[in-house]
Write a protein that binds this ligand. Sequence first.
Ligand SMILES: [Fe+2]
Ligand SMILES: [Fe+2]
Length: 391
Amino acid sequence: MQASHFLDTKTLAWGHPSTHHRIRPIPTIRFRPIPPVSAVATSPAPPLTRQKMHSLPPEKVELFKSLEGWASQSVLPFLKPVEECWQPSTFLPHPSLPKEEFLDQVRALRERTDGLPDEYFVVLVGDMITEEALPTYQSMINGLDGVRDETGASSSPWARWTRAWTAEENRHGDLLKTYLYLSGRVDMLMIERTVQYLIGAGMEPGTENNPYLGFVYTSFQERATFISHGNTARLAKNGGDPMLARICGTIASDERRHELAYSKIVEKLLEVDPNGAMVAIADMMRKKITMPAHLMYDGEDPKLFEHFAAVAQRLGVYTVHDYADILEFLIVRWSLEKVEGLTGEGNSAQDFVCGLAPRIRKLEERANERARKMEPHGVKFSWIFNKELVL
Ligand SMILES: [Fe+2]
Ligand SMILES: [Fe+2]
């Protein structure tokens, strides 16, 4: 938060100059009291209280070590050289242009975004905030045993992947945030507070410092973001902002490339340890894949994530249907139905995963029915200046 925000101009006063001293008066600047700082995160309590940790047995840490050569050859090529990467400035009004031309580009941006509805902005802001909590995701991946970046600049291919992946991801939030800022359609202060709360709150994906679970999670999540950014691209195009459509589409294609890399790792684990990989996939799906921004909070709405997710569901940006689609896609991608030679535990994991999608779809139908019967109610979003959306 900026200090200037607390500067109450009404209390800005000059001290009384003494009549018999010729000393320059000393300005007295009073600030509004800063709210007390709490050591306890004020966002809602995390849902998982007792998480399992370090569930990867030592011999499997060795397995990841032995896969380093493979990772160098098969995972690192999914990264793009920096020189070939787009950057946020590629898509933004160019500040080095003469002032009027720059301002014309900003005006054009605002005219394009004028046609998009407020609910679209709620979803785009939620997606942007999710991207902005990137420090949390890098921490989570660096919590995984056997693949973490031990030094901060480790030369292991796992560590190199994670750093470069983070660097690629870092552009997503930057670009969306600047675009949203220039649009003037959203309350940047409330968005910035939400990002700060969210990074402070962290996330609980239930991955137990276990790279089997971690890479199943990231495979799923990258596909989820690919779908979600693809849908915000489509809506921007239909709403009259082809540039925003290009932005969301470009981010979506990064997510797709990352999904391919992570799902390739899981594919490899299924090859070298089919039982362990199958059990891990079932374990993650039993826990449900929580969204990375599930602890989001803006200081006002304790159900902010739920409300954001409801708008995303209604606009068709990310839905329960997509969740089941991703699962079905990964089952085919990893040929899970065809994996053979599993133990009893592996077999029941396989049965569970391969039979799960229809069950999720049934639950979705029931939830849709319940939603239809519910009275519509208004929810205010601080991100769009407390305007109310009917959910
Ligand atoms: Fe991203
Ligand atoms: Fe991503």
